[in-house]
Design a protein around this ligand. Structure first.
Ligand SMILES: [Zn+2]
Length: 434
């Protein structure tokens, strides 16, 4: 059992309770025991002086690839969650595109077992369809009982409308989201970047914005029809939205009262397809980096609340896999350790998004989305999943020192704002800046 810990003189920031002022916080048996104005709580056996630091509920990343089982040369649950802790994350949601695909209770149990040595709280979204093949639904009820927090075929869309209908109905009955990788793969075969002038110049085939927005619009129509026909209210979550057109459809659906949520990835609000000018495979991802107008649309949708969460889509690959011709390189970048630094630099400093809103996007909202009621807040009784960070600290990211097994980041050497100081998972210190 971890001993009691008193964190003193932190600036506590908790959008769930509206807290935004100095506090001492006492941790007992892995939970928040008390949170009071500085100086009220008695001195503890162990103390951490947090003067000058912001204390927030630990970040929750609802979209990470941990590569285990099957591709442990890229990442393991142990290494990926240590990278998460370094980025201030205290809960991560593992995507199911492992080898084999996580589509059964047995594989879900294996993944969530303490034997995997996760450094932080681990959740999983199993596959929406068996093998993520888009043909037969996995057993949602059994998976939900075993701890699934949603279902997704991420990496692939659920393309068939009838299957997506069935998936939304089955998940609605359990109160869980279907997370959709919105890509009409009938339009993106052989494409390795965004469609547009940069792709023309480089001589590469490009993915159109409609490949994303068509699926989003189709899914939103399914929500309307299911509500009418079945009397159910399914929850559609759109992953890593990258285009103005898809965001406009989501904004409208929200105004119409449909249960749609969405996430944005830091790379989509930071970079454009011009990062590919030199065929840098570390900037190759799916959905691809888009034009500046789409990047601005992602930022605008974050600012106006259309985007619910920041999710990294942390997607580690081995160096040799990325060191090939651009079109053959796998999609994806590592992202757990750069998320806060980019969010604070781009959204907070450049676009004036208040710090509390960053915490809302990275902790409060993702906790609500996957129904973690005793995480993502600083209420007494909640798990002591906490992050202490210096919001004004400027630093430079170096992929070389990443705790992830993989170093495939387009942000190597990039400026960051806001440095993680200490991360605590259930009261245990799981990362401390050296
Ligand atoms: Zn995806």
């Amino acid at each position: 059992m971890t001993p009691d810990l008193l964190i003193r003189n932190a600036h506590a920031l908790d959008p769930a309770t509206g807290l935004d002022s100095p506090r001492d916080i006492l941790i007992h048996h892995g939970r928040i025991a008390a949170i009071e104005l500085p100086g009220i709580l008695p001195a503890g056996p162990e103390e951490l002086d947090a003067t000058g630091l912001t204390l927030a509920p630990g970040f929750i990343d609802i979209h990470v690839h941990l590569r285990e089982p099957g591709q442990t040369y890229k990442e393991t649950i142990a290494t990926g969650t240590r990278a998460a802790a370094a980025g201030g994350f205290t809960t991560v949601v593992a995507m199911p595109n492992t080898l084999p695909v996580n589509d059964s209770v047995a594989s879900l149990h294996w993944m969530l077992s303490p034997a995997r040595n996760a450094a932080v709280n681990l959740c999983a979204m199993p596959a929406a369809t068996l093998g993520s093949l888009g043909e037969t639904l996995s057993d949602y009820e059994a998976l939900a009982n075993a701890g699934a927090v949603g279902f997704t075929d991420d990496g692939k869309p659920v393309l068939d409308s009838d299957i997506m209908w069935a998936a939304l109905v089955a998940s609605a009955r359990l109160g869980l989201p279907i997370s959709q990788h919105a890509e009409d793969t009938r339009l993106t075969g052989g494409c390795s970047m965004n469609f547009g002038p940069v792709a023309f110049r480089l001589g590469l085939r490009g993915m159109t914005i409609e490949a994303e927005s068509n699926i989003v619009e189709r899914d939103i129509q399914l929500l309307r029809d299911i509500e009418k026909v079945e009397g159910l209210r399914p929850h559609l979550h759109v992953q890593h939205v990258s285009t103005a057109k898809a965001l406009a459809a989501i904004r409208l659906a929200k105004q119409q009262g449909l249960h749609v949520t969405c996430e944005a990835a830091p790379h989509h609000f930071t970079l454009t397809d011009e990062a590919l000018e030199h065929f840098d495979t570390n900037a190759k991802m799916n959905p691809p980096l888009r034009a500046e107008s789409d990047r601005q649309a992602v930022i605008a949708a974050i600012l106006d609340g259309t985007v619910d969460c920041i999710a990294t889509d942390h997607a580690p690959h081995a160096a040799y896999e990325k060191e090939v011709e651009f079109e053959r390189a796998p999609n994806g970048i590592t992202g757990l350790e750069t998320a806060l630094g980019l969010a604070l630099r781009i959204l907070h400093r450049d676009h004036g998004l208040p710090l509390a809103k960053i915490v809302t996007l990275m902790s409060t909202n993702p906790a609500q989305l996957i129904k973690l009621h005793d995480r993502g807040n600083l209420k007494p009784g909640s798990h002591a999943d906490l992050v202490l960070f210096a919001p004004a600290a400027a630093w430079t990211y170096s992929a070389e020192v990443s705790l992830s097994k993989s170093k495939n980041s387009p942000f190597d050497g990039a400026p960051m704002l806001g440095q993680i100081h200490t991360t605590l998972s259930e009261g245990r210190i799981v990362h401390r800046a050296s």
